[in-house]
Design a binder for this molecule. Structure first.
Ligand code: PLP
Length: 391
């Protein structure tokens, strides 16, 4: 049966060229980068080359790149690391973030609040966006760090990070940006963006899973999250994942080389899907990725089906039915699917419980074609017809 993978915001397939670059470091060049013998020295050189490559992609210095086990760890390190260092220095420790962030930001924020640090979780507007003005109003003399994502992983809406950076700069507050959904799709020059910390994750741009990076601007103090050896300039203990970081660097370079070409392709697919929903959906629907009203990441479309008449659409059932038709999509973020609680992001938009529970996220990638979108729309139509009886 035909399979159409429309879940690229959850993860992407490893690019063959990336695997090729990684393979020697999984096989013959297996040294530990901390060993002093030739295999170790060789691994150290490769590790530092990968760091330089990632730094170049972000317009950063290699000393500003900390390799991590992925986006979750990068977000945790940014938030807990900055606040721990500030607390140790006796400085302010307040955090400002938004209710629409990924759990990798929200859980550390909750933890900090439990520990008594001032945490301000802003409510986004009806599109899911927090504005620079809102951030400005929320910053007070206790604020040390603002953490906001570039593009939302569930609904794709973008934050005006440069605008927020201006506000942070004017208030002398640090800015962390979770760019996990946009790294490799946009040119994320850390100086142009004005961020002090930025998270990215390899598996979102055709690199390997389990490897990510945190940009930490020179001079920003960071307490370690994972303690052990003195790797990563004492900011992250543990034997370095040499094949992983080679894959991360190769994938990021490759994605950025192709980004200019890829973005308009993705925008066309996004438009095709949004326009096609009108005909394909035999019931009410709510577009949670308002492509005509705000900036969005080009690879995401989130749509919810409000109860229409007696029978609300069961989102989980819809996804399983689409799966049986070969259309692979997600309910909100992959990290929350499986949980019965409706997505916190959709709830933050003000959606009622039933509508939020019946949301589907389509997300495209390099290999998605216009025909794949048409196929998904067709299957969405027949599936919904069956489920809501053509209401
Ligand atoms: N932040 C965002 C916006 C994400 O979309 C994800 C993954 O879905 C993460 C963080 C976590 O990244 P990882 O899967 O590499 O831990």
């Amino acid at each position: 049966m035909r399979r159409v993978y429309l879940d690229h915001a959850a993860t992407t397939p490893l690019a063959p060229e990336v695997l090729e670059e990684m393979t020697p470091y999984l096989t013959e060049h297996y040294g530990n980068a901390s060993s002093v013998h030739q295999l170790g020295r060789e691994a150290r050189v490769t590790l530092e080359e990968a760091r330089e490559r990632v730094a170049d992609c972000l317009g950063a210095a290699s000393s500003e790149i900390v390799f991590t086990s992925g986006g979750t760890e990068a977000d945790n390190l940014a938030i807990k690391g900055v606040i721990a260092a500030r607390a140790e220095a006796g400085a302010s420790t307040g955090l400002v973030t938004s209710a629409a962030e990924h759990e990798a930001v929200l859980r550390p924020a909750e933890r900090l609040a439990e520990q008594g640090h001032p945490v301000n979780i802003l409510e986004p507007d009806a599109h899911g966006i927090v504005t620079p003005q809102q951030v400005d109003a929320a910053i007070d003399d206790q604020t040390a760090l603002v953490s906001l994502m570039h593009a939302n992983n569930e609904i794709g809406v973008c934050t005006d990070i440069s605008g927020v950076a201006e506000v942070c700069d004017a208030n002398d507050v640090l800015l962390h940006c979770d760019a996990v959904q946009t790294a490799g799709l946009f040119d994320l020059d850390v100086d142009a963006l004005g961020v002090d910390l930025l998270s990215l994750s390899g598996h979102k741009f055709y690199g390997p899973k389990g490897v990510g990076a945190l940009f930490v601007r020179g001079g920003v103090d960071l307490g370690p999250l994972v303690e052990g050896g003195s790797q990563e300039r004492e900011r992250r203990g543990g034997t370095e994942n040499v094949p992983g970081v080679v894959g991360l660097a190769a994938a990021l370079e490759q994605a950025l080389d192709a980004a200019e070409e890829r973005r308009p392709q993705l925008v066309r697919l996004q438009r095709r899907l949004v326009d096609g929903l009108e005909d394909a959906v035999p019931c009410d629907y709510r577009l949670n990725t308002p492509v005509d009203q705000v900036d969005t990441a080009p690879h995401v479309v989130n749509v919810a089906f409000p109860p229409n008449g007696e029978e609300p659409v069961d989102g989980e059932m819809l996804i399983l039915n689409l799966d049986m038709e070969g259309v692979l999509v997600s309910a909100g973020s992959a990290c929350t699917s499986g949980a019965l609680e409706p997505s916190h992001v959709l709830k933050a938009l003000g959606l009622d419980r039933e509508t939020a529970s019946a949301a589907v996220r389509f997300s495209f990638g390099t290999q998605t074609t216009a025909d794949d979108i048409d196929y998904a729309l067709d299957k969405l139509h027949t599936t919904l017809d069956r489920m809501v009886g053509g209401l």
